[in-house]
Design a protein around this ligand. Structure first.
Ligand SMILES: [Zn+2]
Length: 222
């Protein structure tokens, strides 16, 4: 794994940056798909965690959450709006995804339900980051913001790669996975207005270019 900002590590994966997992201090943020158990455990070997937090409860973010919480004996935290999805079997897949895709995700990606110890709210502190409620992609989607050095972990409010081709570049997440694309766009505008020096996405490489983020968001339809 690689330190991309003070106390913020990006775990390695293959293909690089396809599905990102971050270690912030001793809190693991997101846990990829169920297939990622070996890569996560290998990179966390010898480390202690204090908690595991999620930007949102989708199968490419919560796949190893149960395994991580069990292995490290840590509590699971997520946004209030995603709590039911995390704790209820069959609730994790994207809002409007076609049935075949939901079945495929259930089969290969979705992690088992796990009790949420704490629902995070706007203004809560997680390892020195402030919780921002950024709904739209999911009801309880969260971003994590550290104003002191302007580092933002923004989950899937925006992607920094094309999810189908892997080609780098800013995109809105596919609408079929979003509960409310218009609300997600409002969340994207809010985050771009923070002008993060470093933006860390759920998918795609970190971006150190607040102007590019601002320009992309400004071009989105009203
Ligand atoms: Zn995702």
């Amino acid at each position: 794994m690689k330190e991309i900002a003070e106390d913020v590590h990006l775990l390695s994966g293959w293909p690089p940056n396809a599905i990102n997992v971050y270690l912030v201090g001793d809190v693991l943020i997101d846990a990829a798909t169920r297939q990622a158990e070996r890569r996560i455990f290998k990179q966390l070997a010898g480390r202690a965690l204090s908690a595991h937090a999620l930007t949102h409860v989708h199968p490419d973010h919560q796949g190893c959450s149960h395994a991580v919480c069990e292995r490290f004996g840590v509590p699971l935290w997520c946004g209030e709006g995603d709590l039911t999805a995390m704790e209820t079997p069959g609730q994790v897949t994207g809002a409007h995804a076609p049935a075949w895709m939901k079945r495929a995700q259930e089969r290969f990606w979705v992690g088992p339900p796990h009790p949420v110890a704490r629902s995070l709210r706007e203004g809560d502190d997680v390892a020195g980051f402030t919780v921002l409620q950024t709904p739209g992609h999911t009801l309880g989607h969260l971003a994590f913001w550290r104003e002191r050095d302007r580092v933002l972990i923004l989950g899937d409010v925006l992607n920094n790669m094309n999810l189908m081709t892997g080609i780098p570049g800013l995109h809105e997440p596919p609408q079929m996975f979003a509960v409310d694309p218009a609300q997600n766009r409002a969340s994207a505008r809010r985050l771009a207005a923070l002008r993060p020096a470093l933006a860390c996405f759920g998918h795609g490489a970190p971006l150190r270019d607040p102007d590019r983020l601002a320009e992309f968001v400004a071009r989105l339809p009203a």
